[in-house]
Design a protein around this ligand. Structure first.
Ligand SMILES: *[C@@H]1O[C@H](CO)[C@@H](O)[C@H](O)[C@H]1NC(C)=O
Ligand SMILES: *[C@@H]1O[C@H](CO)[C@@H](O)[C@H](O)[C@H]1NC(C)=O
Ligand SMILES: *[C@@H]1O[C@H](CO)[C@@H](O)[C@H](O)[C@H]1NC(C)=O
Length: 343
């Protein structure tokens, strides 16, 4: 072959290879916030031959153990009684199987209990003390999830007349006094979320999406929920389609932020379905939060979206977040941080 033709051929092959490489970003792990240790832990699972389910479980577990931002795992964000309870879920986009736990007491590894619900029951969601009983049967050990930090947060909240407070339409006035509370006679408009001083630091979550090299999509979340929540409160994180969603051939998504509001709009489900109909991950994430803005112009929240090819994007809303950061690992060398300005 003549030299010019040979080099032409070389560049042709090279360009195909490069284009192929640019598209093929699988496997990939993406999660909310700069929780890069979790991203790396999830990605390393792929390097050692683990599945996407393993990647999400271990990645989220890492955040539970490291208590990412104090918003994941034990030891922070106590409820009105000072108790720390956990919410978590995992969803397998191949089998459409889901396991989740809400208001889990006394078990620190919530994402692993969620996986047990997925793999060792026909159910989807177990809650509260009875979820603890299930976890113990499955071999988990009970412990006290409070810490000096959560005890201090609880004491300061009491000292501060139990503010912020999520009760409305009760006596005594929940804006000024601690409980016990009783329903009052009039129902008035709910305060906006912003009035309650909800910022992203008092209600956070890790949400993660992992896609293996064959396009198997898995998503998960784990959190200790809203600081000073009313005992029994379950947020969006363990709710399918709200906290996260995964479906092979489409993609995966996860949400973080004002879960009490966001769960009413199933943003993760919406984002995944939109990606399934060909929308880019960024646009799908944005479209999934638009209906929320219409009704709750003050809400703070973010959605990450990853399609089955490994393309990713995010969208966020609210001054409480401002700029949202998320972590991506799609090569063995390093985790990359991406950021989006909130709308
Ligand atoms: C990652 O983990 C190391 C310890 O293994 C810790 O020092 C560091 O703060 C963690 N990084 C983040 C972002 O949490
Ligand atoms: C469960 O948690 C509570 C605090 O929330 C603690 O008082 C209790 O000792 C814990 N139970 C066990 C068996 O660890
Ligand atoms: C928690 O507080 C107690 C005193 O109230 C102290 O003795 C203990 O060392 C503290 N533990 C940690 C881990 O800070």
């Amino acid at each position: 072959m003549a030299a010019p033709i040979r080099s032409l051929l070389f560049y042709f092959v090279l360009s195909i290879f490069c284009r192929f490489k640019a598209i093929s970003t699988l496997p990939i792990v993406v999660n909310t916030w700069p929780f890069t240790n979790a991203t790396e832990t999830g990605y390393n699972v792929f390097l050692t031959g683990g599945s996407a389910v393993d990647a999400v479980e271990r990645g989220c577990s890492k955040c539970e153990v490291q208590r990412c931002d104090g918003s994941v795992g034990e030891g922070s964000d106590p409820d009105e009684e000072g108790e720390v309870t956990l919410d978590a879920m995992i969803m397998d986009g191949e089998s459409m199987d889901v396991g989740s736990v809400g208001c889990l007491r006394n078990i620190s590894s919530a994402i692993s209990v969620a996986r047990m619900v997925m793999e060792r029951t026909d159910h989807t969601l177990l809650a509260g003390e009875l979820a603890t009983k299930f976890a113990v049967e499955m071999g988990f050990t009970e412990s006290d999830l409070s810490s000096n930090k959560s005890d201090t947060m609880y004491k300061q909240w009491k000292t501060n007349n139990c503010q912020p407070n999520y009760r409305v339409n009760v006596n005594p006035d929940p804006k000024r006094s601690c409980g016990p509370y009783h329903p009052n006679t009039n129902i008035y408009r709910k305060e906006t979320r912003e009035d309650k001083g909800i910022g992203y630091l008092n209600h956070d979550t890790i949400g993660m999406v992992a896609v293996d090299k064959n396009g198997h999509v898995v998503s998960g979340t784990t959190t200790n929920g809203l600081n000073h929540k009313i005992p029994g409160r379950v947020g969006d994180s363990p709710i399918v389609g709200a906290g996260s969603y995964a479906q092979n051939g489409m993609g995966g998504a996860a949400a973080t932020g004002d879960g009490d509001i966001m769960m009413r709009f199933l943003p993760s489900y919406t984002a995944v379905q939109l990606m399934g109909s060909g929308m880019s991950p960024s646009n799908a994430a944005l479209s999934s939060i638009k209906p929320i803005i219409k009704y709750f112009p003050d809400f703070d929240g973010a959605v990450i979206a990853v399609n089955h090819k490994g393309e990713h994007g995010a969208a966020c809303h609210g001054a409480g977040i401002g700029t949202f950061h998320y972590s991506v690992m799609d090569n063995p060398s390093k985790v990359n941080l991406f950021s989006v300005k909130c709308v």
